[in-house]
Unconditional design. Structure first.
Length: 126
């Protein structure tokens, strides 16, 4: 388990960036530590650390799944992560077009709205 946690932290930092992970770690409390450990080991140390598909593809899948399931609060974080995963704006749009067809236009529309706002923030930040 310690190896999965270490791999998860390494992957998490590579995808989300040190600043994001440092903020999340600083905000962690005894109450949410078990959840943080779970997502670090399972999401980042297992799924995201697996080399079967690359990070660009994984990024597109994650964004499509978040949009399709209506988990919009995580979309800006994963749009920001595209700077590290290699998923282009065109890739992201293709993922959201799939969402529109297979999960619904309103979900894709909202995801696109969030992506546009996040890309604009990223441009302002330089």
């Amino acid at each position: 388990m310690a190896d999965r946690f270490a791999a998860g932290m390494q992957t998490r930092r590579a995808v989300l960036g040190d600043a994001h992970v440092d903020r999340a770690e600083a905000a962690k409390t005894a109450f949410d530590e078990p959840f943080q450990r779970l997502i670090t080991e399972a999401a980042w140390g297992t799924v995201w650390a697996d080399g079967t598909i690359d990070r660009r593809e994984r990024s597109m899948l994650t964004l499509a799944l978040l949009a399709a399931t209506g988990n919009f609060e995580e979309i800006p974080m994963h749009i920001r992560a595209t700077a590290n995963t290699g998923a282009t704006r065109e890739d992201v749009m293709q993922a959201f077009l799939h969402v529109a067809i297979y999960a619904g236009v309103p979900k894709a529309n909202h995801a696109i709205k969030l992506a546009k706002a996040t890309y604009a923030e990223m441009e302002e930040e330089g």
